[in-house]
Design a protein around this ligand. Structure first.
Ligand SMILES: Cc1ncc(COP(=O)(O)O)c(C=O)c1O
Length: 487
């Protein structure tokens, strides 16, 4: 366990919740299922102990909208574990953390520098607060069909182009584990007076093993959003916002969070954050050593299979990749003649294996504290079997994807502009009024206000033909797109 000032073996929120349950307090409040007694259907899925813990705020259990006792204590422990001054528990997913982070730093009309491969929550935050994006376009690795990280040079150029920007947002790491030149960028951005915000949705495990990339707060980021539920091990949707600067006050961030935060925060989610923080700081290193051993072995074995590339930092030839999270097992599958979407479906339908995502070129398997050697063997064997049984000519996929989008109108203005519906394949050269993406990763292929190009339309058609789960459009069949009526 790392050296700490607070007693990281304690779990103040969980302890208070357990005490409440043990007291068998008579519930004349919500939730109306009253510990499961009023809705037997729930007991089919949730053990009674779970339903007993599904309570609402009350004096002994604090209130997430204004934490002053057990939630605040649990948040302080979380802040210390993640090298931050302050933390906020989040129950509306990292989406809410990213949005509150941006809305705390940027107001109507302010510019923010961000890489174009951000999650949609960042662009949605700009629709909400009226900030304007100034995009950096990270190096696009054509072989793997993906953006890599951001270099100090990218940042210097962006600040030169947008000298009035108030903040910069970085991703640490990308979905595929790629880390930007973070330390140098944070130093430079601070030197230039910018606030540094970091979307660390995929880096919840970073502080707990020295062979993983450093977490953003440790390197001096001002504020970060961390999906404890993704690779940390807490319950889905539970997340944390970490504040590490004197330039934005805790009170202001709290007020911003309360614009969108539920007034009925789930104690299941919050207790899971408290327990997971203790688990990570006391047992994380040992567990993560096992995870690293498993994923290193899997990567080596997959790389022996003809046509598959389980990529790592060295595959990016130093272009935009300044560190790598080995626990993200991205596998390029175009060498066996398939898209990632196809292999994702085959793994699920024929081998009962659910990987995190399948895109045009790659699949991504996430390794985390819950993996076992047996399951890893099943994944490697399934990939071997797919490569042997179905192999055909390698796919030639040379499109540039969304790396080259031209943003013409701010997301907020585009969102509220009058629009007309067009067939997607008849919308080339128009300005999109909507998002288009597949989730995961939730990175917009198009965002509101961007020019629709032939390349983008071809990419959307490819995703549709491969039955990728397209979202963002009003049309759930993804045949039509709302375009902005140009004056
Ligand atoms: C980089 C990134 N940021 C933010 C989010 C949003 O997280 P959540 O799904 O917890 O709302 C995601 C989700 O996939 C993500 O990939």
């Amino acid at each position: 366990m790392a050296k700490t000032t607070l007693d990281q073996n304690t779990t103040p929120l969980y302890a208070a919740l357990q005490e409440h349950i043990d007291k068998r307090v008579i519930p004349f409040d919500v939730p109306g299922h009253k510990q499961g007694a009023g809705n037997g259907e729930l007991l089919k899925l949730f053990p009674k102990s779970v339903l007993e813990a599904d309570v609402n705020s009350m004096k002994p259990l604090d209130f997430l909208c204004n934490p002053v006792s057990v939630i605040k204590k649990a948040e302080d422990l979380m802040a210390e574990a993640y090298f931050a001054d302050e933390s906020f528990f989040i129950v509306n997913g990292t989406t809410q953390a990213v949005q509150a982070m941006i809305m705390s730093a940027v107001s109507d009309g302010d510019k923010i520098i961000l890489p174009r491969n951000v999650h949609k929550s960042a662009i949605n935050a700009l629709i909400l607060c009226g900030g304007t994006p100034h995009y950096m376009y990270p190096y696009f690795e054509k072989k793997f069909g993906m953006s890599s990280g951001v270099s100090l040079e990218n940042v210097k150029k962006a600040i030169e182009e947008a000298p009035d920007a108030k903040a910069i947002l970085l991703i640490n790491p990308t979905y595929y584990g790629i880390v930007s030149e973070l330390e140098a960028i944070i130093k430079y951005a601070h030197h230039m007076g910018l606030l540094v915000l970091v979307d660390e949705a995929h880096g919840a495990h970073f502080p707990f093993h020295e062979e993983l990339p450093p977490s953003a707060n440790k390197l001096g980021a001002d504020i970060s959003a961390v999906s404890i539920h993704k690779t940390g091990g807490s319950l889905t949707q539970s997340s944390a916002l970490l504040l590490n600067t004197d330039r934005i006050s805790r009170d202001y961030v709290k007020t911003v969070l309360n614009l969108t935060q539920s007034t009925s925060a789930s104690y299941l989610l919050m207790a899971s954050l408290d327990l997971t923080r203790k688990f990570l700081i006391t047992e994380g290193r040992g567990k993560l050593t096992e995870v690293l051993n498993l994923v290193r072995d899997a990567r080596n074995r997959i790389n022996e299979i003809d046509g598959l590339i389980a990529f790592s930092a060295s595959d990016f030839n130093d272009k935009g990749c300044f560190g790598f999270d080995e626990t993200k097992l991205g596998v390029n599958v175009t060498g066996i003649g398939f898209t990632g979407i196809h292999v994702y479906d085959l793994l699920r339908d024929e081998y009962n294996i659910q990987v995190e995502m399948g895109e045009s070129h790659n699949i991504l398997a996430i390794f985390s504290v819950g993996d076992t050697p047996r399951r890893v063997n099943q994944l490697v064997s399934a990939l071997n079997a797919i490569a042997t049984r179905y192999r055909s000519e390698p796919l030639d996929m040379t499109f540039k994807s969304f790396n080259s989008t031209e943003a013409l109108i701010s997301p907020r203005k585009a969102f509220y502009s009058p629009k007309k519906r067009f067939l997607i394949n008849e919308s080339i050269d128009m300005i999109s009024g909507e998002f288009v993406m597949i989730y995961p990763p939730g990175i917009p292929i198009l965002a509101p206000g961007e020019r629709i190009t032939e390349e983008i339309v071809n990419y959307i058609e490819l995703l549709k033909s491969e039955k990728g789960a397209i979202s963002g459009l009003e049309d759930s069949e993804a045949n039509y797109i709302n375009c902005i009526e140009e004056q």
